[in-house]
Write a protein of this length. Sequence first.
Lengths: 291, 619
Amino acid sequence: MLSWANLLSQTFNGLVVGALLALISSGLTIIYGTLGVLNLAHGAMFMVGGYAGVVAYQYTGSFLVAIVAGAGFVLVLGVLMERLVIRHFYERPAEDQILVTFGLGIVFVETIRFFFGSLSQSMPPPSWAEGVTSLGFMIYPTYRLAVVGIIAVTLLALYLVLYRSRLGMIVRAGIEDSVMVDSLGINVMRVFMVVFGIGSMAAGFAGIVNVPIAPITPDIGEATLVEAFVVVVIGGVGSFPGAVLGGLIAGEILSLTSMINPSYSQVMLFVVMTLVLVLRPRGLLGAEGRS
Amino acid sequence: MNQRPRGPRALLPEASIALVLLVAPFVLPKIGLVPDTMNRILVFGLFGIGFDLLFGYAGMLSFGQAAFFGTGGFIAAYLLTQTGMSSVMLGLAIGTVGAAVAGYFVGLIALRRTGIYFAMITVAIGEVFFFMENGPLSSFTGGENGLPGVPGPTFNLGFATIHATSGWSMYGFLAVSYVVGVVIGRRIVASPVGLIWVAIRENPLRAAAVGHNVHAYKLLAFVIAAAYSGAAGGLLGVMQGYMPPDAFTFETSGQVIMMTVIGGLETLFGPLVGAAVWLYLRDFLQGGLGLGASWKLVLGLVFVLLVSFLRRGILGGIADLYARLARGGATAGEQPAAPDLSLDELSLSTNPAATRAPPLPSRPIPAYTGPILVTKGLTKRYAGLLANSDIDFSVEQGELRGIIGPNGAGKSTFFKMLTCEVHPTSGTITFEGQDITGREVTEVCQTGLTKSYQVNQLFNRLTARQNIMISALAEKRGPFRLDLLRDPAHIPELADLVDHTLDLVELTGRADVPVSNLAYGEKRRLEIGLALATSPSLLLLDEPLAGMSPRERVETVKLLKSISRGRTTIIIDHDMDALFELVERVTVLQEGRILVEGSPDEIKANATVREAYLGGVLV
């Protein structure tokens, strides 16, 4: 069982899972870092993105349209959610925010189940990414390689928006001191709305990109949410680089452990999380900021 | 909490719930509830009592309670199906203890962080248990199949043998179990521990500062919640004759949260009500309305609406409605507002309670007679900023010392270091001859050194009396005690200490008013009272006069005089007139250093002080 070829391909699988987790978790962590809200509906956003994309694909047959529709739909859903519900919870205790997003997550999951049932839905990879690619030392499914590339580009775009744009500057200033930003004449509420939308979109985008790899069901978001939590705890709550690093680490842990014994892979993930909590409670790249 | 009615009335809620459970089998089936559903309601009602203690009272929102529900359930089911253990009660008891032990170890990890971190960690740990059950431990737990064949209990009453299998016989067994759970839960809530949990929920920093071991009490809440979960999990297996693996799922954790919130937090009965609503609606929507699987959608929406608009749940809503009706709309506010003292009344009250009430006994001083407090070279550096630098400071027993200094002189940092809320970068603090440098604030308070805060740090949703009692409990019980079933009324001298402190800070007449309805000056006095009720031998007061009107200042200065009688006290304040009138010696801080020390007259005459304070204007 333990061979170099196996190890290599599992490492690549870990990279794919890790990239997806990195993207989902950065959405979660951006929202928390900016708004101070832990969104328990984030896993549901991942799932809704997948369904929205699949529906678009069923109508158009275009992978690109599916991606845009999946991400776009969740962007709108996120903005609406912030506008209609989350906004009224900023002044309430963190526990209330957690409870309401938890409830909304259930509403999203059950709404999807209402329309699509519990059976899984899938979508083929685009024609240009079908089949396998030879890397010289091994062959690997082309689409999975493409996913790593697509997500790398998306994370880079997210980074540029957050660290190299005017919006990003406001976001980061808002994390430091939202009252000050507000008094400078910048509409913090609108920034919050946009950030919630972008953070949700990251999950939705990951959701649709993931469909050709693993078919989706309404419940897929739950496990994803839990893994994203672990990633964020490992990387450091509120830290964008932490989410990316944590995601990649988590992906490799899951993948490499399951090569040895699949039933231990999740357990191992939590063992690592516990170690991080004991040795470095604020996470690998976390700053002791707002808490 | 402390005013639980005594005598037969004290057990009224317990008796009522027992009666309701007795009558329920004759009524509820008429609206379509089958015995199995009612049994499930009882199991989740019991599960929820633990969660309510954890979240409703102690304020810790855990998303991982399924871990303990499953642990208790599978331990009991394994013992009863695989090892030949014949006593169902013994199996359930071992399951409960097993869940509590699991809760202890999980708590050690999860309690490393608070708030959202705590929520996320409990989610993750809950999942570990689920995967363990399904994977590595599946040879014990049956993996995805669970454990079938769990027997029901048999009770030999001498004249008859009752075998609880399913339906109504099982209902009887579960109802009795639930009532036992409620009785214990209500005893815990009414005990000192219950009040301290609420204190920790409301203001963990102050709870620690008045001398409670916050971490130990939180861990205790976690373990007790786990024990309740484990007992309920065991009962689930017994009730169904089968222990299902989905007991461990995130969904189970979510259900107990939603049921508790729907029914009403901080009520103990809430989870039973929530479970009844939840499971009745499930049956009704699924069967009655033919909605199939989308019953959860409806319940999800109900939950979101309740969290948004009726945060206290069904029972909380009923209580609010009842309170409103009981008032008959005659008066507006919930509690009488602060009395509007006219000047006449005030001059009457210049016969202050202080002269009536003798000073509180401060604790006996150990056979030590040197200065009560000595600091050597105390320095605190924040990144580039030097807040305190090389402070050598000494206070004699019984002294009343004032500290003044311009804003930013490092006065509050100095106080925080003395109470060990902040640890110095270098230097030592010696209190009553012991080196306390680097100790924790709780420990320091327990040895007799505490302070009142510059910005009020109160337990806002509690009454003035409960606030004082929280401090007094730390004084009378020490940092941690497992008196879960004790009535605070039976703690010797506790009531005296509370009454006496309330009297001293002149809040006796306002003792049962919630903090949020107290006037500012009253809150300020309560803040001092919290420190006083710990019976400190050295009391630090950080700007006790801050924000007060001139009238309130006059009153408070009198109060401070009476408090400091027979007790070593250090006061920081900006009001120099008031301070010079009060204290015997004054230390002046400037830019983190001691500028000068002397009697009020010497300080008044000192040119450097004038310069420091007034920028030389009057020199």
